[in-house]
Design a protein around this ligand. Sequence first.
Ligand SMILES: N[C@@H](CCC(=O)N[C@@H](CS)C(=O)NCC(=O)O)C(=O)O
Length: 225
Amino acid sequence: MTGKIDAYIDCVSPYSYYAALYLRRNRKALESHGIEVEFHPIFLGGVNVGSGNKPPWTLPAKAAYGKFDSQRACKYFGVPPIRTPDFFPILSIMPQRCLIYIKKHYPREKYERTFLSLSEWMYHQNIDVSKPEKLAELLKSHDFTTEDIEKILAAASSPEYKQALTANTQKALDLGAYGAPWFWVRNAQGQEEPFFGSDRFAFMWQYLGLPFQDISIIEKEKAKL
Ligand SMILES: N[C@@H](CCC(=O)N[C@@H](CS)C(=O)NCC(=O)O)C(=O)O
């Protein structure tokens, strides 16, 4: 591989979810150009504290605009509209630590699908996956055995995985993160730059020197609208 996209994501962040969906959909094309994609679980709350940022919904104007942006993103990324869960704000520490364990011990596909489900259960099904029993239910739905689930949940409370999530979060901060999804991208020339958000892929493809047509407007006569 000649380039790499390191994606720093938290299941609490709907935009991380959209970005993960989009990168997975484009992975085959990216790999055909020698670009590898890797997802790293982080704790967005820690990124906010470490960078001095605040969640966008804490500023009334951003919260109001966010509703429009969120609906547009769902439409663009082809997912049902999300709704703010009843248990908002969501605590993602335990699920994120579980993901680090799963990433280390299971195939990539299982890890990434589990990440996507965490967001889907919270934002589409209103299920509080920070609760161990709900987390266990979600893991079961991904065919983790009872024994696996016990190990994953125990790991999430262990010093090793507490430290691992802190380290991933610190790494993102060191790479300039102030929100999620945060990306660190290396191009074929070995240059590296950060990108923020699920709406910056056109810039990322430009940086990587990839051919793309996603955001080109098609002339009316040629469009099948
Ligand atoms: N425009 C970005 C927004 C991403 C975003 O708002 N991420 C939230 C977490 S879900 C965040 O960390 N925001 C920090 C900020 O906007 O300063 C996108 O479309 O992806």
